[in-house]
Design a protein around this ligand. Sequence first.
Ligand SMILES: [Zn+2]
Ligand SMILES: [Zn+2]
Length: 300
Amino acid sequence: MNFSHWLAKLYALLAPKTEVCLACNRPIHRQQGADFRRYDPFFQNTDSTLHGASLTRSSLFTRPTEHPFINLCEACLCQMAWIRIIRCPICGRAIGCPDCTRRGSERTYFQYNRSAVQYSPPMREWLAQYKFRENERYLSILGYMALFAYHQVLLQQLMYKQSPRIDLITYVPVSETRLQERGFNQAEQLARIVAQYAHVPVQSLLQRNRHTIKQSMKSRGNRIEDMKDVFSAVNNANHQLQSLFKIRNPNNPDSQTLRILLVDDVYTTGSTINACAHQLKKSIDPVHKLEIYSLTWARS
Ligand SMILES: [Zn+2]
Ligand SMILES: [Zn+2]
């Protein structure tokens, strides 16, 4: 190797690497002074203005060691469809909501749902990249985004004058066939990331007994009928929950209520979450009380 070749190699090694955006594959050009963190809703608002004194970000979860948004370009960061204003207190939608008011005779078994983003076309594409094209690098981004919904769940508890708390995280299961096809359960992966940041235990409490066709393709009546018996609690669910009750402080007046956070990727009509919540409530000894909260990455 002659000297000029050697020098060219050295330059290539020392030159700043062009980072490529994870979502659009274009080079990331950051403008002077621009910071990817300003697209992070937790960095935009100082703890005191957003969360109130008793719900600071640092009390909720640990900071990521490397911020996952660093891998996205400005154009893609702009597309994150954060749900900042909630219009429907039940499903956490940003727009008016016929689904929740129409649930009517079908009982609601969960407290409420909160989602991080609206299921806009770019968000749909991100999820598809991760779920169907096995682009695993999306997981850290989606998981971190889900924390925004976690924060919203606790914030709502605070607004209802409860102490903000989740005791256990679980997730909507996929069928055995789906698990073998895809190799992973997206809801479980999201749940595990949230649990890790928030330092809350995560347990598998539900199983899916069969596939269902896409919920959005069906009429409301068919949807409710179709969800019957799709899910059931795992055999030892009651035992797992009982042991959690035991470790709770008996002097605490609400130690007899266990708060479970149920995680899924997308909330469409709420029938999946509601069916899962129903099964969880059925699985527990009636002397104890479960409150089930729902966290979904997106709200369609
Ligand atoms: Zn991009
Ligand atoms: Zn709603």
